[in-house]
Design a protein around this ligand. Structure first.
Ligand SMILES: Cc1cc2nc3c(=O)[nH]c(=O)nc-3n(C[C@H](O)[C@H](O)[C@H](O)COP(=O)(O)O)c2cc1C
Ligand SMILES: Nc1ncnc2c1ncn2[C@@H]1O[C@H](COP(=O)(O)OP(=O)(O)O)[C@@H](O)[C@H]1O
Length: 309
């Protein structure tokens, strides 16, 4: 899959595509159904299937306090799109300048001139351009003028539930990882590179591999039994996701202690799959109290794994 970062990197030599535009947070089964339609149309027309996403996601720019936690960061989203075998991923740096462009300009300059779109799939509530003036109807009118077809995404359901990023966030917050995985089409994971911390973990017998998370990186908070994929290995462990109030940590962090493991893994890329909620994060009066609690958490996680979850 080709990754194109920014409109200025789109080449006019490659005009012609079947396109979908959206946040695609999670790349869940509903998104995957849209991508299947895009791929099928692209194949019929002999043009590349193309997904356009925005970074940051629009609400993260306009209403950062109200923006929901992400299911996928940019890298995770890109890899999930790649797994769906989409031909091209265009990421637009979403800033105030881009957002203030008139809707007609976006259609004519980007969709028509640069991309030469033939077939466009968007939600019927899709809004774009200055003050959100552009909508589905405007796209359909432009489609008649510039000769492209516009269709809306169907609501993809599972049993009676509409598959959505919001529903998945709710399942995750409730600790229902199998319901979240059923809608995602894969287990929910957090990933990143192991960073250096304060080196206190090892002094209390619980070294932890740390992943620094963006504030809006995950809907999860608390202590979980987790599985960690690292290269070709999959290892069980116990993790805390939070701000670590006991050590007055500032940033949200994921810290995972791996059982029966004593290697240095700084800088390695790991993928953490939470499997079972153990408890909420607390502020402890001192490090000893925290150590005692982590010992109990580790036992709870080991019991969970021993029971063949
Ligand atoms: C299973 C587990 C549970 C934890 N629970 C808490 C908690 O409830 N409150 C808290 O402040 N920190 C919690 N922590 C984070 C510890 O404060 C952190 O691991 C310790 O400060 C070591 O930090 P370091 O890796 O930067 O050395 C937890 C860590 C683990 C592994
Ligand atoms: N069982 C283990 N689980 C997690 N990390 C471990 C383990 N054993 C050794 N390590 C290594 O030790 C580091 C964590 O030690 P710690 O004292 O908590 O330091 P830091 O504060 O830098 O995270 C990890 O990043 C990893 O490289």
């Amino acid at each position: 899959m080709q990754l194109i970062r920014g409109i200025h990197n789109i080449s006019r030599d490659q005009r012609g595509c079947v396109l979908t535009i959206g946040n695609f947070d999670g790349v869940h089964l509903g998104h995957q159904a849209v991508l299947a339609q895009v791929k099928q149309q692209a194949l019929q027309r002999g043009v590349p299937s193309t997904v356009m996403t925005f970074e940051p996601q629009p609400q993260e720019l306009f209403q950062p306090e109200r923006a929901p936690a992400r299911l996928t960061n940019f890298r995770e989203k890109h890899l999930a799109l790649r797994a769906q075998q989409v031909d091209r991923h265009i990421v637009i740096e979403f800033n105030r300048q881009f957002a203030s462009q008139p809707a007609c300009e976006f259609i004519e300059n980007v969709l028509v001139d640069l991309l030469g779109v033939k077939f466009l799939v968007v939600g019927d509530d899709f809004r774009f351009g200055r003050g959100r003036e552009g909508d589905f109807k405007l796209l359909q009118q432009a489609g008649i003028e510039f000769d492209f077809e516009v269709v809306d995404t169907h609501s993809y359901r599972q049993q009676q539930h509409r598959v959505s990023s919001t529903a998945i966030r709710e399942f995750l917050k409730a600790g229902d990882f199998s319901a979240a995985a059923a809608m995602l089409g894969r287990p929910y994971t957090l990933s990143g590179r192991v960073a250096h911390g304060e080196k206190k973990g090892r002094t209390i017998g619980f070294p932890t591999a740390n992943l620094q998370l963006k504030r809006l990186h995950s809907p999860l908070q608390g202590v979980y039994a987790v599985q960690v994929k690292m290269g070709s290995r999959t290892l069980p462990g116990v993790a805390n996701i939070g701000r670590r109030p006991t050590v007055s940590g500032e940033r949200v962090q994921l810290e995972v202690h791996l059982f029966d493991f004593a290697e240095s893994i700084y800088g390695q890329h790991i993928e953490v799959t939470p499997l079972h909620f153990i408890r909420a994060e607390h502020k402890f009066s001192d490090f000893n109290a925290l150590r005692e609690q982590i010992t109990k958490d580790a036992t709870a996680a080991q019991i969970f794994f021993a029971n063949g979850y």
